[in-house]
Design a binder for this molecule. Structure first.
Ligand SMILES: [Zn+2]
Length: 116
């Protein structure tokens, strides 16, 4: 069963829109002061399945989080489709992550890999 559909940690939800929920990641990465997950309220795995309104709401929620948590800068990623291609642990449920480094780990180690 998909953990984002069952939502067994509703206490972590900090915002709910019409198409998305925002919650604190249950297992935040090392070196982050804030790690939010923005996930579709329905089990979809591609942005192609989103309405124009839903696409806009995603970025409205990113901007809401930036204001709400006084985020001076962050990384925003999106995971979709086959986990073999995005490394996440949640298969086939479209979700994004807002990651704010806390300065204890070099930011390059969080967001960058060695270039090919
Ligand atoms: Zn799901």
């Amino acid at each position: 069963m998909c953990p984002l559909c069952t939502l067994d940690d509703p206490e972590r939800v900090v915002r709910e829109g019409r198409h998305w929920r925002v919650k604190h990641n249950r297992a935040p990465y090392k070196g982050l002061s804030l790690h939010l997950v923005i996930f579709a309220k329905t089990h979809i795995d591609s942005p192609a399945e989103l309405s124009v309104e839903a696409k806009a709401e995603y970025f409205d929620l990113v901007l809401w989080a930036q204001r709400e948590f006084n985020i001076p800068g962050c990384g925003v990623i999106m995971r979709l489709g086959d986990t073999r291609y995005h490394g996440g642990s949640i298969p086939e449920h479209l979700h994004g992550q807002i990651m704010v480094p806390d300065g204890t780990v070099p930011v390059e180690k969080i967001f960058y890999q060695e270039r090919a």
